[in-house]
Design a protein around this ligand. Structure first.
Ligand code: SUG
Length: 445
């Protein structure tokens, strides 16, 4: 069966801000409380979507989420009118107000784990929204993620959207950021590779000391079970805890896979040789041969990988068999990484083109090109069965640019989150967006 990989990019929401909420994510911590520019952030994301769609890659979007989360604020005791709730929360716990306002659903690699129909037990595409329970500001995303995915992938003959795993540390789940498919081509059965940072019920398993491991083995196994994956085609690899402690809070900060290619840093996994060996053997079972592009520390240090987001790139299959690497412009500003990329393209290997984008607004919160997209491989029949209003076209791009220009601020500072007008602006923007995307029941506004 042939299939195309759709990238569902997160449309950046109107309250994109820098609140330093993600301990273990170096960029988020370094830019705490600086002014953000939501308008520019949304336009940067849209420019990437438009350019990739124009190149013929299958491109769609996932909508932003309603903010602030008044349910969260009221559930912890703030009361009165919406304006009262905002004023009290800002006075007493501005960081919790920032959590309620975070536009973090823009990083849709964390929205869910996806298993296409070629891999799943019942021949449907399965989605498990990630509970993201390691961080308060992300732990309530899954409700709207499930709602959005169910609205887009409503046809139950083709799609199954599960509930998120229980929101408890044993099942810490960060979605597709720690998951990749390795296969001969997108429509073929694949090896699904899950990377975890710790094991809840094995105290002897490797775990980081300084920063949290957000993904557990138990969560990855539960997702594989829910999706009906075959045990022979599923591989679980432990992340190297030392790189988590250097700011690699998701595996997609240090490795990316596409088709039969795994592009990764030598320090990414706790047991590199054993892991690759297992992948090679299991991939042989699906008729695919692993093409491992290994970057060693002498070429690019872990610090340079984290600063440039070299591995948070998108590897996209082009017609003709070669791949393009979608990178943030920070990769070209880092000398070691820029030098490495030149050699990569010149090597005659699978990557023959670099596509770079200015995603600075997202990067300042630790979100590169790969964080901004959720991959969903779909057959033509499945692609026709999903909701079409979210597929990126030139017309939708222009409509959304006009919508952003109308509704988004170009500067947001921490104190602006207390302004009741901002909440009304977000509501008005999302109300109109639901109409633009032809998803009338999308929000419970
Ligand atoms: O979860 N940053 C996000 C970045 C997510 C990147 N995603 C992937 N690697 N797939 C996170 O750490 C920062 C929010 C703030 O500090 O305001 C934040 O949530």
């Amino acid at each position: 069966m042939t299939a195309r990989e759709f990238n569902f990019d997160g449309l950046v929401g109107p309250s994109h801000n820098y609140a330093g909420l993600s301990f273990g994510n170096v960029a988020s911590f370094s830019n705490v409380k600086s002014a953000s520019n939501p308008k520019q952030a949304a336009l940067q994301g849209l420019a990437k979507m438009r350019a990739l769609a124009a190149r013929g890659f299958a491109q769609a979007l996932l909508p932003p989420q309603d903010r602030p989360n008044f349910r969260l604020l009221r559930s912890i005791g703030y009361s009165g009118s919406d304006a009262d709730v905002l004023a009290q929360a800002y006075r007493e716990s501005p960081v919790i107000l920032a959590c309620a306002y975070s536009a973090s659903p823009m990083w849709t690699a964390n929205a869910a784990t996806v298993s296409p129909s070629a891999d799943s037990g019942d021949g449907r595409t399965h989605f498990t929204p990630a509970n993201l329970n390691n961080k308060l500001h992300r732990a309530f995303e899954h409700a709207q993620s499930a709602r959005s995915l169910r609205a887009i992938f409503a046809d139950e003959r083709h799609f199954a959207v599960h509930d998120a795993l229980p929101g408890t540390p044993a099942f810490g789940d960060e979605g597709a950021a720690n998951h990749t498919r390795l296969c001969a081509e997108h429509g073929a059965a694949a090896v699904e590779m899950f990377v975890y940072g710790r094991v809840e019920f094995d105290a002897a398993a490797p775990a980081p000391r300084r920063y949290p491991a957000r993904q557990t083995l138990e969560a990855s196994q539960a997702v594989a079970r829910l999706h009906g994956l075959s045990a022979e085609r599923t591989v679980y690899l432990a992340q190297n805890p030392d790189v988590i402690d250097q700011g690699v809070f998701h595996n997609d900060v240090i490795g990316v896979g596409n088709a039969n290619v795994l592009f990764y840093h030598e320090q990414a996994y706790a047991d590199e040789a054993g892991g690759l060996d297992r992948l090679r053997r299991v991939m042989a079972g699906v008729g695919a041969e692993l093409d491992a592009i290994r970057v060693d520390s002498k070429m690019v240090s872990v610090a340079d990988a984290v600063a440039s987001y070299l591995f948070n790139s998108q590897l996209l299959s082009k017609n003709g068999g070669k791949m393009a690497l979608v990178i943030p412009q920070e990769c070209q500003e880092n000398q070691a990484v820029a030098r490495y990329l030149e050699s990569l393209v010149a090597s005659g290997g699978p990557v023959d083109e670099l596509l770079h984008f200015d995603l600075r607004q997202s990067m300042r919160n630790g979100g590169g090109p790969a964080c901004l997209r959720l991959r969903v491989a779909l057959t033509d029949v499945e692609a026709a069965a999903m909701h079409q209003g979210v597929v990126m076209t030139e017309a939708l791009y222009h409509t959304l640019v006009a919508w952003v220009e109308t509704h988004y601020r170009d500067r947001l500072e921490p104190q602006d989150l207390a302004d009741p007008a901002l909440a009304l602006e977000v509501h008005a923007a999302l109300d109109e967006l639901a109409t633009i995307l032809n998803l009338p029941g999308l929000y419970d506004l």
